[in-house]
Design a protein around this ligand. Structure first.
Ligand SMILES: *Cc1c(COP(=O)(O)O)cnc(C)c1O
Length: 219
């Protein structure tokens, strides 16, 4: 991560690491926490609930991000569990999160997920749809929109998806300017196979699983 930041003339501490622990047992999370890792990403509410419950009493200061698709009926537990919900992919979900946060007397920090490459298999706003939806989302007073997130297509050579990361950065810059939203600064992009390119293109968070914890079981 530091080498990629240097290549782009950025400071290494401009980029934070979200350690992705889906399918990873609590013991490995404890070990990562002891090594100094403070932020973890899970893609399912139920799995996260169990793990967080298991280690919260001994490690109360860990921060948890939700990085997978969230069903609206799980909005209520999600606002309690996660310090950042990275995967807000519809206005409907944004409204539900806003309502759940209001009911709990909280503000919930979110990223808006963008399907930059318009892949049919992925959730996330299409770029042109997000431009229209953002006015509605900014009206939700219990949501704090911190930035954008994307999952690039899976390719053999990460250079093939450099354009995706660049496009997400340009979209953030455009929307931030248009809506006068200086708080919309985060770019969560880059995973085990492509995080150096994402950092070169401006990532402020990378979400890395396999490169830290090894291959996940299939299924
Ligand atoms: C699993 C996952 C990651 C991490 O992927 P790796 O290839 O293990 O680094 C990042 N982001 C999301 C949304 C994921 O589901």
């Amino acid at each position: 991560m530091a080498e990629a930041a240097e290549r782009a003339k950025r400071l290494p501490d401009e980029v934070s690491l979200v350690a992705v622990t889906k399918t990873v047992p609590a013991a490995a999370i404890r070990e990562a926490a002891r090594a100094g890792q403070g932020t973890f990403g899970e893609n399912r509410v139920q799995e996260a609930e169990v793990k967080i419950g298991e280690i919260r009493s001994e490690l109360p200061d860990l921060r948890w991000h939700l990085i997978g698709h969230l069903q609206t009926n799980k909005a209520r537990p999600a606002v309690q569990l996660f310090s950042l919900i990275e995967s807000v992919d519809s206005v409907r979900l944004a409204r539900r999160l806003d309502a759940s946060a209001a009911a709990a007397g909280l503000r919930v920090a979110v990223l808006l997920e963008v399907n930059v490459a318009a892949e049919g298999s992925k959730s996330g706003f299409l770029r042109e749809d997000l431009r229209g939806a953002l006015a509605d989302i900014f009206r939700l007073t219990h949501l704090e929109v911190r930035g954008l997130m994307t999952i690039a297509p899976l390719v053999d050579d990460a250079e093939e998806v450099r354009w995706v990361f660049r496009a997400l950065r340009e979209l953030r810059d455009e929307l931030r300017e248009r809506y006068g939203a200086p708080g919309m600064r985060e770019l969560s992009m880059g995973m085990s196979n492509d995080f150096p390119v994402a950092i070169e293109e401006g990532a402020t968070m990378v979400r890395v699983g396999r490169a830290l914890f090894g291959e996940r079981p299939r299924g």
